[in-house]
Design a protein around this ligand. Structure first.
Ligand SMILES: [Zn+2]
Length: 434
């Protein structure tokens, strides 16, 4: 018989309302007066960690902040050796982009706390315990977005033990280095490695997150299983022509770098649109010298390429490169590129995909449509945590697919379904033969 959650719907509805109210409460912890902005190692980061710690203790967990500023809660299983038991890690991140919404990351941390509340059992000493052979941990990662230092996943990379010492020298807009920010926050850079977890300490990592896209909204469904987190490559392109007088230079003599870059941006859209599951974006475009009366001699543009599979993404980059050769050849320009980011696709663990699918089916009833399985074009902490343990993700419907924006939304009903599905997923995982 498959495991079932013994919780009445009123409890789960109350849990969802608490999650929504806490999202509102955290939204008020912001560096900006009229917007949400909460970056790594800031005063706001410290404040939300304190709140999260309070809420972790409230559901019976022990709470600690790790050496990279991630906030962790833990509920041991029964028995004297519970402290050494491996843990299922549930959670997401509490940092935000500038002018953010209030649910990206945050809702996943708060839902994880409600899952603990639903699953916990009383211990012998008036305490609370995990009902399983493994512990339950809740993590609030400290830097998923990379807003402050331009490098994403700093918090989860520390937990995964894949911190790169070059990152200490990264600077924020004020010139503060990561190392200085650690010290200002009260963290010792020399102890960073203590944040790293060993693979044997974790049973797996499960994260609930809003979809950040419109697929579930278009399908009229609440929840989906995530198959993989996108592979991504980012480039800075430089197109060189010749700056000359805007009045005196006839068209046949012009080597206009901005027009070459414009054609390139349109070509990138055309090539990527013709592909299945490849998304390409030119988000930055600048012309130099940038004067009203000079034909632009230089142009710089960014390219962000994401795909479900690394090979497909790389093939599309080659097609874009050939197109750039053609455009710049025809316009007598030169182009070069610098790769500034590359991340392979991270596939969610088949077992964790299965338990999340079973968790959704247990929640919605077997009469409901089979849950959608979708890949995530957005990055997540699972990309780092995947280095040490299996990753599973549950997506919640995100109305109109809007996120990284103040209008970002999720419904209380979907959060209730998500809490239940995540709790059912953990039950299904516990029922798996080890
Ligand atoms: Zn997020």
């Amino acid at each position: 018989m498959s495991p079932r959650l013994d919780a009445n719907p009123d409890l789960i509805a109350a849990a969802a309302r608490r999650v929504m109210a806490r999202c509102d409460e955290l939204a008020r912890v912001s560096a900006a007066a009229d917007a949400i902005e909460r970056v790594y190692l800031s005063a706001e980061h410290a404040r939300v960690n304190r709140l999260a710690a309070e809420w972790m203790r409230e559901v019976g967990m022990s709470a600690r902040q790790d050496a990279a500023g991630n906030q962790l809660g833990r509920l041991d299983p029964a028995g004297d050796d519970g402290r050494d038991a491996p843990a299922i890690m549930l959670g997401s991140h509490l940092d935000t982009v500038p002018d953010a919404g209030r649910y990206d990351g945050i809702v996943g941390v708060l839902m994880a706390l409600e899952v603990v509340r639903l699953l916990r059992v009383p211990g012998d000493e008036g305490d609370w315990r995990s009902p399983f052979g493994f512990a339950i941990e809740v993590v609030a990662f400290s830097d998923e977005e990379g807003t402050r230092f331009g490098k994403a996943l700093l918090g989860s990379s520390a937990v995964a033990g894949i911190w790169d010492d070059d990152w200490w020298a990264l600077t924020d807009a004020e010139g503060t280095t990561v190392r200085e920010a650690f010290l200002d926050f009260g963290l010792d850079p020399g102890r960073l490695s203590e944040a790293a977890r060993r693979p044997g300490e974790l049973v797996g990592y499960l994260e609930a997150h809003i979809e950040q896209g419109p697929l579930l909204d278009r399908r009229g469904e609440s929840l989906a299983v995530v198959s993989s987190i996108a592979s991504a490559r980012r480039f800075q392109l430089h197109i060189e022509g010749e700056a000359r007088h805007a009045g005196g230079t006839p068209y046949d003599m012009r080597r206009d770098a901005l027009l070459g870059a414009s054609e390139a941006a349109l070509a990138i859209e055309r090539i990527c649109r013709g592909e299945h599951h490849i998304i390409g974006t030119v988000g930055q475009l600048e012309a130099f010298p940038g004067a009203v009366n000079i034909v632009p001699g230089d142009a710089r543009l960014s390219v962000d390429l994401r795909g479900e599979f690394d090979g497909e993404r790389d093939r599309v980059w080659e097609a874009i490169s050939r197109e750039l050769d053609e455009i710049t050849g025809r316009r007598r320009l030169r182009w070069s590129s610098r790769e500034v980011h590359s991340a392979p696709a991270v596939f969610c663990a088949p077992l964790l995909q299965d338990v999340i699918r079973e968790g959704i089916v247990s929640t919605l009833g077997s009469g409901a449509q089979a849950p959608a399985t979708i890949f995530s074009p957005a990055g997540h902490d699972g990309m780092a945590i995947g280095a040490i343990t299996g990753v599973g993700m549950l997506f919640l419907r995100n109305p109109d697919g809007i996120s990284h924006h103040p209008d970002e939304a999720v419904s209380t009903d979907d959060v209730a379904l998500g809490i239940r599905a995540l709790a059912e997923s953990v039950l299904h995982l516990a029922a798996e033969p080890v």
